[in-house]
Unconditional design. Sequence first.
Length: 96
Amino acid sequence: MSLNSHQRQFLKAQAHSLKPVVLLGNDGLSESVLKEIDSSIEHHELIKIRVNAGEGRKDQALEAASKVNAELISLVGRVAVLFRQNKDGSRFILPR
């Protein structure tokens, strides 16, 4: 699923008030962390995760998004916003 700039902007606005639901520790993207991200994104569709400090934050956020089949909406500092639309029906009506 490829999102255009209007859809990304809409999702960034929706994510503004959210708190990070998954925190990546020193182990990075372990199997249990990926399961938690997948479970959270299945339930909420739009989540924030806190990635490790240091170099490679973007790589870590992109890897997390790709492993759970989600889109990386934004990465500001150490907080990444991920989105994956539910198959049943979306909570978010995306602009065109």
